[in-house]
Design a protein around this ligand. Structure first.
Ligand code: IMP
Length: 201
């Protein structure tokens, strides 16, 4: 029998990345919307870990089955860690193009070596018994000088890894090195250790 998990998110990019890694392990990942759960708690935490837990707990309280959630964002060193937990609503907007313009504007005149940044993903997994685990992944890079590439989403077009932006990577290339890919592989390891018997049944 497949282990069913609800992803506490309606972000289609996240759903695809979770499915790519967890379905080969025998897990069925359904979105919150597909599960018919309409809850959108305020992300009042001051860390990615706290916000990830808030989202997972809200869905677990209703569904009482295994739930996963991801809270992620970009930290730019020259901006004191901004946009951080406000990545999705930076500058009071949810417009990705505006977010990127804002970061580029704020970094105007900042030299290459001070443009270091990282994506962080905190994944919370609540198993069917209600036990909670958190897995964190980081993806180091630096902020470029203009938008580049058409893949990915969010801040990918301005996030440089060597000579290319993460929006110029294929999904597989990005998964192999990204914050979410790393956190997801930690989650996958945990799942493989803890529920193989259920999947064999
Ligand atoms: P969340 O849905 O509250 O976790 O918001 C995460 C936000 O961080 C997204 O809306 C993006 O702006 C940004 N973000 C997180 N992961 C990535 C990524 O892999 N690429 C680009 N932007 C990302």
């Amino acid at each position: 029998m497949k282990t069913k998990m609800i992803l506490a998110s309606s972000n289609s990019h996240k759903l695809r990345e979770f499915r790519e890694i967890l379905e080969p392990l025998g897990c069925e990942v359904v979105s919150q919307k597909e599960a018919g759960i309409d809850v959108d708690p305020d992300e009042t935490g001051s860390t990615f870990e706290e916000n990830s837990a808030i989202k997972a707990r809200a869905v677990y309280e209703i569904a009482k089955c295994a739930v996963i959630s991801d809270d992620s964002g970009l930290e730019v060193d020259a901006l004191g860690g901004e946009p951080g937990v406000y990545s999705a609503r930076y500058g009071g907007t949810r417009d990705d193009r505006r977010h990127n313009e804002l970061v580029l504007e704020k970094l105007s005149g900042v030299p290459d070596e001070k443009r270091t940044a990282r994506f962080i993903a905190a994944i919370t997994y609540i198993d069917e018994k209600g036990e909670e685990f958190c897995f964190v992944g980081k993806f180091e890079g630096r902020i470029g000088y203009c938008e580049r590439g058409k893949n990915g989403f969010g801040y990918d077009p301005i996030f440089m890894v060597g000579d290319i932006s993460s929006a110029e990577m294929t999904p597989d290339e990005k998964n192999a090195v990204s914050h979410r890919g790393k956190a997801l592989r930690l989650l996958a390891e945990h799942i493989m250790k803890n529920i193989p018997e259920e999947n064999d049944a």
